[in-house]
Design a protein around this ligand. Structure first.
Ligand SMILES: [Zn+2]
Length: 350
């Protein structure tokens, strides 16, 4: 069951007005947890725009030539073209290279930006920090201006970026911590993908050994929990991918409470088998370029991981899996909410 904290800010279902902070519903957690599918479905609310993994704008640099989910190259996608122009107007900066450097400095998970965050805590922020926040706000203002939407769904996943956004004046950030069983994540990361611009794979993806994936999963979920704890007054929730595919209406309701939006109509359309249209997802899992999607579960790991791999995952991460409600030997049960979804819940929901 989703954990829900402090809904004071999430009261009602009104979208923010032009003089209110831009609302960002930020999905964080480990990669391969289904965030692109979630982002795509959340985009189908009329008041929101899904932008995918905006963090890649800064991590990979402006030279990255991946396609937008609308099918156009990022350079030619009308929305991102307008966003870039508006951002330059707002900041007075013509190139985002300097912004990339700032974002890398403060949000790169690989180095954790420990000195910079320490200075901030000590009340002596890095001189670049205020400028970084100003340029960050301009990014979201530019998206709001270009799309006419003041609720933005972002699935960058990086908890450090979630922290930076939560400190940015003028943004009303709502946090969604997305968790998927580490064994599903690890199996997904064991599959290699060849580079395909059209398929949304910017570079060859090599298979990752299971112990590396488990360590990565533990670390990203630890950081996500820390960020939620750091901002106890912000509406936030933890959801599980397995719950989402087996009972999507319930999960969308929980996210809707945090986002301050009524997702019942989207849930009904999803359960009726309607196609879900992605927004302009800047980056994310390759499914974002596949057009309309139908939600389905992926429990292949239960059959494809070897007994030794399953044992190792449980040895390293069993304590956390138990805490999250996952079973060592899950009992697969038919999905009860819809025949459309061949989903099977693997989580013990209290
Ligand atoms: Zn686009």
């Amino acid at each position: 069951m989703a954990e829900l904290t402090d809904l004071k800010l999430a009261a009602g279902t009104a979208t923010p007005g032009p003089n209110e902070p831009i609302r960002v519903v930020y999905v964080m957690g480990a990669g391969r947890s289904g965030s692109t599918v979630l982002d795509t479905i959340l985009n189908n609310h009329e008041d929101v725009i899904g932008v995918g993994e905006l963090v890649h704008l800064y991590i990979e640099g402006s030279a990255q030539k991946e396609n937008c989910s609308c099918g156009a190259a990022r350079d030619t996608c009308e929305v991102w073209h307008s966003v870039r122009e508006r951002w330059s107007e707002l900041t007075g900066i013509s190139s985002i290279t300097a912004h990339e450097r700032l974002m890398t400095k403060f949000t790169r998970v690989q180095r954790l930006a420990i000195p910079e965050w320490h200075r901030l805590r000590a009340g002596n922020p890095d001189p670049d920090f205020a400028e970084c926040l100003k340029q960050t706000h301009a990014t979201y203002q530019a998206i709001a201006d270009a799309t006419g939407k003041r609720v933005i769904i972002e699935s960058s996943k990086s908890p450090l970026r979630a922290k930076l956004l939560s400190l940015t004046p003028g943004l009303d950030v709502r946090l969604v911590h997305l968790v998927r069983d580490v064994r599903g994540v690890a199996w997904s990361r064991m599959k290699p993908f060849a580079k395909s611009k059209e398929g949304g794979v910017p570079q060859d993806i090599r298979p990752k050994p299971i112990h590396i994936s488990v360590g990565y999963w533990l670390f990203m979920n630890f950081l996500s929990e820390q960020v939620r704890r750091s901002f106890p007054d912000r509406p936030s929730t933890r959801i599980h991918y397995e719950d989402f595919v087996s009972a999507p209406a319930q999960t969308l309701k929980e996210i809707g409470k945090v986002a301050g939006l009524d997702y019942s109509s989207v849930a009904n359309r999803l359960l009726a088998g309607d196609a879900m249209i992605p927004g302009h997802l800047y980056a994310g899992n390759r499914v974002r370029t596949a057009g309309p999607i139908t939600l389905r579960s992926d429990m292949a790991w239960t059959e494809r991981l070897t007994p030794n791999q399953k044992r190792l995952a449980w040895l390293l991460a069993g304590y956390k899996l138990r805490q999250y409600g996952y079973e060592r030997l899950p009992e697969l049960t038919p999905n009860s909410e819809s025949d459309v979804l061949a989903a099977r819940s693997l989580r013990r929901v209290a």
